[in-house]
Design a protein around this ligand. Structure first.
Ligand code: AR6
Length: 168
């Protein structure tokens, strides 16, 4: 499995799946979530509403999939990161679940390439260094038959520097 770093906007990434740092409502928000819904169009929200009506809210650490609408990807995998509350043990475990559950879902869809944003490191205030370590370790420990490439898409300079170092 190859692991890459790209600096930029995840909505522009050509991968089979891109991951969204959503919230439990699945109905959109700011940050990367807002960018994905804006660029992907109404089809994504429509499918999120169908999922909501079926299963209710999406719990922290879990993941669901929709179409990618107008985006170059095939799928958007929506996962809900933990809000950093200082309980390191709990937050770490929930963030690991985000990466593992997104990868499991991707695997079940036969995805070959998947792009992740830096989940929880924006509005949810997860310390970036720790979040980066968890992201890199979790994807490197994931055993997959179908996934060939994982792309970490860093939007801000601080995350880019952290991932550069972690992946060096
Ligand atoms: N492409 C890639 N990464 C991005 C983009 C983009 N277009 N825009 C922002 N980022 P955040 P969270 C980075 O706040 O902390 C939403 O309102 C950003 O630099 O988007 O998981 C949801 O609806 C940061 O490193 O997500 C939830 O309510 C990272 O994406 C809540 O925010 C995550 O920042 C989730 O908070």
């Amino acid at each position: 499995m190859k692991v890459e770093l790209i600096k930029g906007d995840i909505t522009k990434i050509q991968a089979d799946a891109i991951v969204n740092a959503a919230n439990s409502s699945l109905l959109g928000g700011g940050g990367v979530d807002g960018a994905i819904h804006r660029a992907g169009g109404k089809q994504i929200l429509d499918e999120c509403i169908v999922i909501r009506n079926k299963q209710g809210k999406c719990n922290t650490g879990e993941a669901v999939v929709t179409t990618a609408g107008n985006l170059p990807a095939k799928y958007v995998i929506h996962t809900v990161g933990p809000v950093w509350n200082g309980d390191e043990k709990e937050c770490v475990s929930l963030l690991e679940n985000c990466y593992n559950n997104s990868l499991k879902l991707a695997e079940s869809l036969g995805v070959k390439t998947i792009a992740f944003p830096n989940i929880s490191t924006g509005v949810y205030r997860f310390p970036k260094e720790l979040a980066g370590k968890i992201a890199v370790e979790t994807v490197k420990n994931f055993r997959s038959d179908s996934i060939e490439k994982i792309i970490f898409v860093c939007f801000d300079d601080e995350n880019e520097a952290i991932y550069k170092r972690l992946l060096a």
